[in-house]
Design a protein around this ligand. Sequence first.
Ligand code: GMT
Length: 379
Amino acid sequence: MTRPLSIAVVCFPGVGGSGVIASELARNLGHRGHRVIVLATGMPERLKLNGVRFEKIEVPVAPMFETAPYGLAVANHLIHLVRRESIDLIHLHYAIPHAASALVAAQVLGAAAPAMVVTLHGTDVTRLGPHPSLNPATAFALAKCDGITTPSQYLRSEAQTCFDLPDGRIEVISNFVDTTRFAPPPQRDRRVLEALFDEPSDGPLLFHVSNLRAVKRPLDLAEVVARLRTVNARMVVVGEGPERAALEARAKELGVTDAMRFLGSRNDFEGLLGHADGFVLPSESESFGVAALEALSCGVPVFGYQVGGLPEVVTSGVGTLVPLGDLDGLAAAILGGLRARDALGRAGRERATSMFRDDKVVASYEEYFQRVLASRGGS
Ligand code: GMT
């Protein structure tokens, strides 16, 4: 680290990966001596207990607003913050609407505006980015900000096309994992997960964590369990989301309700995850896949589809990715992976610690921030 910075972080507080990464990055930067303030409409789950300063963004409601003016509230909060105290850099997670909020704040603040860095996370590029109601202003705002990052090469390429950004404009800085918190248990014990089910069984124990949105294709989880009924596979599902009811209904139709356990939203799942035989992530799109990385770090092989940036995280020695929607292939890959479970798990842990350990990646962010500041003459 060169000099300590004052950094404001803007993120969505929900259970999604962008909020997880923003919170963990804020915590790590704080530990490395930077002054960090996180701004969001609520305290992000992963920020709780982490001792990072938090400010709530207030979004006014009024009878004439069909939807609250969140983007404008972010811009104004940033303006007040910068007028009140010294801020070197504002790091905004998720481009929509944060890139436009940053642009408005920078215009109002003029010469006093700090450096603005936007991290693109996924659907801000792949789903929302091309929307005519969002694209031109977001592309303009991104062109004006001081730095842009993506967590994968895949998302960089998509973002360049979507927002018409030139080569070299986007820095790839991967997502990361706390390899101490997400670590293999000293002794793998299948009874830890078996205890969650009514009946004991010797079948494979699978695990899934997500916010159960349609993009995660959660119904495929029940399909996979049904295809692995012959070996008595069971699955633990952590997370809450709009598709949970549909998933439970599909599990019932397929007769696998007893083989699936829904634990709801919880933040302490790492104590369970390491005892699983495999992690299943059947997303149809994933810019990176933080949940997959957390599984690798716990020494658990990952199985999913060849989509987006997932192949940059899950390589062939640490799990298997099959073509999107190939449920039979996915079930077969899990069965095959079980035979090499320990070797895959060891290689996954090694990959997580050597490539994606939090302190290494946070140092890359630090270096990038310093470069951005130097390029505008601020360091
Ligand atoms: O883009 C989203 O869907 C939101 C975001 C989130 O908040 O969950 O997820 C994305 O960002 C994560 C952190 O960078 C990535 O690990 C996820 O792969 C990515 N999700 C998608 O691309 C669908």
